[in-house]
Design a protein around this ligand. Structure first.
Ligand SMILES: NC(=O)c1ccc[n+]([C@@H]2O[C@H](COP(=O)([O-])OP(=O)(O)OC[C@H]3O[C@@H](n4cnc5c(N)ncnc54)[C@H](OP(=O)(O)O)[C@@H]3O)[C@@H](O)[C@H]2O)c1
Length: 278
């Protein structure tokens, strides 16, 4: 294992903050402060507080990780702004732009203070088992060391990629941020379909879950592209072909998935304020 991850100020420890924290704890994390109203506990030597005002002024984080809901972040900006003069901020909020968050922090600081730095990342919940996918965007003011620190933190919980254009974050959010939900839905629907075909519920669940997990593991470990792996399952004139004829019809999965991704990306733009709420 590499050296310990730096101390963090984690603001919000629900589904996503908690998933990342689980991954960081497994990797070894320097004593950190976690702000959350609901999490029951964090292991020693970390500190759980219920409000941003309870973090001692003496704390020097290596990074501040923002993981509240986008609509709830403004309420904590004043309390965390002084820490943002000591460490870069890594926001995993959907939609909220780096410049917008920087402005909120700047407004909460005395006039003439240095400008805080906000880097964005879009992780996903498989981070909790070290299988996350995080895509990062840093404004031009970020240093190579600050970018490297983000990469190191997020690499500890999965794969990391960087984008140079913040606008791409809306599509990233729709695909990899929200994507685990689509895959879990697939597992749910396979299970329901198995039961509808007369299988015992326990067996339907087992085969649905392991099929989704096994297919994902095969794709990763083989490195073979998804279309080839799909063709390898599809015997000419066989059972898979019959199912794919239904799923791959232009008005079926191709249309449905692209409409779903468009809707999610649009919602990300709405959260940024770039589009009116529909
Ligand atoms: N969930 C995902 O898969 C995912 C993936 C990528 C990115 N994200 C982003 O991650 C962020 C968090 O999403 P989530 O699903 O983890 O939300 P969540 O489960 O609601 O977690 C946020 C946590 O922060 C707490 N919190 C908020 N403001 C607080 C405050 N002032 N003091 C103390 N605790 C506070 C919330 O408590 P209350 O509920 O009481 O406010 C909640 O426990 C969002 O911005 C989302 O866009 C999520």
């Amino acid at each position: 294992m590499d050296a310990m991850l730096p101390p963090l100020l984690l603001v919000g420890c629900g589904n996503m903050g908690g998933a990342m924290l689980d991954g960081w704890l497994k990797e070894g994390l320097a004593p950190s402060f976690i702000i959350d109203r609901h999490r029951p506990s964090v292991p020693a030597p970390h500190h759980l507080v219920r409000s941003a005002d309870e973090v001692p002024d003496s704390f020097h984080p290596g990074m501040i990780v923002l993981a509240t809901k986008p609509q709830k972040v403004d309420a904590v900006m004043t309390a965390i702004a002084p820490f943002a003069l000591r460490a870069p901020v890594l926001s995993v909020l959907a939609g909220r732009r780096a410049g917008d968050l920087t402005d909120c922090l700047t407004d909460a600081l005395p006039a003439g203070s240095p400008m805080p730095l906000v880097i964005r990342a879009m992780p996903n919940t498989p981070s909790s088992v070290g299988q996350g996918m995080s895509v990062c965007y840093a404004p031009p003011a970020a240093t190579a060391a600050q970018r490297a620190l983000c990469t190191r933190l997020l690499r500890a919980v999965g794969d990391v990629a960087w984008i140079e254009h913040e606008d791409e974050m809306d599509a990233v959010t729709a695909i990899s941020g929200s994507g685990p939900a689509y895959v879990f839905l697939l597992a749910e629907l396979l299970e329901e379909a198995g039961i509808a075909e007369g299988l015992p519920p326990d067996l339907a669940r087992q085969i649905a879950r392991q099929t989704v997990a096994g297919a994902g593991a095969l794709m990763v470990r083989s490195g073979v592209d998804a279309a080839t792996l799909r063709r390898n399952v599809t015997s000419p004139g066989g059972t898979t072909q019959k199912a794919l004829d239904v799923l791959m019809a232009p008005d079926a999965w191709p249309a449905t998935l692209s409409a779903a991704i468009r809707a999610a990306a649009r919602r990300s733009r709405e959260l940024s304020g770039a589009l009116p709420v529909s």
